[in-house]
Ligand binder design. Structure first.
Ligand code: NAD
Length: 444
């Protein structure tokens, strides 16, 4: 099939590449000319395992192309994907300006019937808004005879494993009330639906809500565990034991119940916020979601609070080694990352930071390159040099078994603030560290 994808971010680029890889002919359209030029040269703007070879191979094979020419893009596809950003606007709602602008562009250039697929995460009712926008432009062009349908097909990929998630999706949600459109979508996704049925067809509004419900459920699990961790810490219990104790119940399960420093990234914070806003627009008080959000905001400050308490507020002039800047491992994404809340609080208190992240250094440079209080270091060991203490924010694999003797030697005080519970408190005490973690007693 000929497919057009608007937006070459995490979602559009990965989706475009995996659709091309199974044999579809895909054209990706983006407004960002520099990005498109680099993609044509095989330079991938984001870090996602497996993405680079996939893009290069399919581009070379002539199945995946990139353009800024929206008219040519629309001409190419019989299915048009909208995969542009939906950031929060000033009151927390999803900002639909990019989605609606793509809808208008499609309507402006379409010359045959089209299936328009909304892959961006959008509030319930957006398909109706997109439909109205397309109809309005067609009307203005005097092309009312052109038929189109708007499908909700939310994306569930996880940054860091986006390619694998799209190649082997747990489920494919298709929100449409039209049998004809359903058939087009089934054909498009047939290569991903071979071993067992993964396609779940439902009405458009339910599909739109499914995406928010999924992200809000996951955010709820995280905030719940962080609440338990706070209780455990104050009650003299060990949250890691509690985690294993509850995870063994299959009704609860082990996934997504790790205590930490709060969720970040481009999705959970904005989607929880947007659903709270959707609820308030219809005079419904989303009490649980508000609590999830409040717990998360507080949890992001927990490392700073521990550091502040340990040094009795005397942070001015101290230097902290920070391991991990990305909001989670295997990505370079620092949007809403807990590391940002921590570093900004440390700077505010007069401290300096020496930071290392395996993938997010460029992004950190882009965000904070002008700050003298930040040194970006080439290795995790270099970040330790002359630092007072080590703070671990992201649970990268390479942080799990470091050289503790070297850490001990390089820090001026052997103190670790671990936001991800990577180490055993007893073992750390044995090695001579003062060790703070989440939801467990600190050890010295
Ligand atoms: P992104 O910000 O990484 O990328 C969006 C891209 O769209 C940018 O390259 C931008 O230049 C381009 N764009 C904006 N307006 C355009 C236009 N008119 N025409 C062509 N291109 C245009 O966004 P993302 O992370 O890929 O997310 C896209 C959507 O998918 C969002 O709604 C997001 O909530 C949702 N989503 C994201 C993830 C994720 O993990 N990132 C997962 C599931 C769903």
């Amino acid at each position: 099939m000929n497919i057009t994808v608007f937006g070459t971010g995490y979602v559009g680029l990965v989706q475009g590449a995996i659709l091309a890889d199974v044999g579809h002919h895909v054209v990706c359209v983006d407004l960002d000319a520099d990005k498109i030029e680099r993609l044509k040269q095989g330079i991938i703007p984001i870090y996602e395992p497996g993405l680079e070879p996939l893009v290069k191979e399919n581009h070379a094979a002539g199945r995946l192309d990139f353009t800024t020419d929206a008219a040519a893009g629309v001409q190419h596809g019989q299915v048009q994907f909208i995969a542009v950003g939906t950031p929060p606007d000033e009151n927390g709602s999803a900002d639909l300006q990019y989605v609606l602008s793509v809808a208008a562009t499609i309507a402006e250039h379409m010359e045959r019937d089209q299936v328009i697929v909304d892959k961006s995460t959008v509030p319930v009712g957006t398909a109706d808004t997109v439909r109205a926008k397309v109809a309005e432009v067609l009307e203005r062009r005097g092309r009312r005879e052109l038929g189109f349908d708007v499908v909700s097909n939310p994306e569930f990929l996880k940054e860091g494993s986006a390619v694998a998630d799209c190649q082997k999706p747990d489920r494919i949600i298709i929100g449409t009330e039209s049998e004809e459109t359903e058939e087009v979508m089934r054909e498009l996704y047939a290569p991903f639906n071979r071993n067992h049925e993964k396609i779940i067809v439902m009405d458009v509004r339910s599909a739109e809500l499914t995406k928010y419900a999924a992200n809000c459920m996951l955010a709820t699990k995280i905030s719940f565990m962080n609440e338990m961790a706070n209780l455990a810490e104050r009650l003299g219990a060990d949250i890691e034991a509690v985690r294993q104790g509850i995870g063994s119940d299959p009704r609860i399960g082990y996934h997504f119940i790790y205590p930490g420093v709060g969720y970040g990234g481009s999705c959970f914070p904005k989607d929880v916020q947007a659903l709270i806003r959707t609820a308030s627009d219809i005079d419904f008080d989303a009490k649980m979601l508000k609590a999830v959000e409040a717990r998360n905001a507080e949890q992001k400050t927990t490392l700073f609070q521990k550091i502040h308490t340990h040094y009795q507020g005397d942070l001015a002039g101290k230097t902290f080694a920070v391991w991990g800047l990305a909001f989670k491992p295997n990505t370079d994404d620092m949007r809403e990352a807990p590391s940002r809340v921590l570093m900004e609080a440390l700077w505010e208190a007069g401290a300096k930071v020496q930071a290392y992240d395996p993938e997010a250094m460029e992004e950190a440079q882009r965000l904070y390159g002008n700050r003298d209080e930040l040194s970006l270091c080439g290795t995790k060991e270099a970040a330790l040099k002359g630092a007072t203490a080590l703070v671990i924010v992201t649970e990268w694999q390479s942080f799990r078994a470091p050289d503790f003797d070297l850490i001990n030697e390089r820090l001026s005080e052997p103190t670790i603030f671990d936001g991800r519970n990577l180490y055993e408190p007893k073992r750390m005490a044995h090695k001579g560290f003062t060790y703070y973690s989440i939801g467990r007693n600190s050890s010295t």
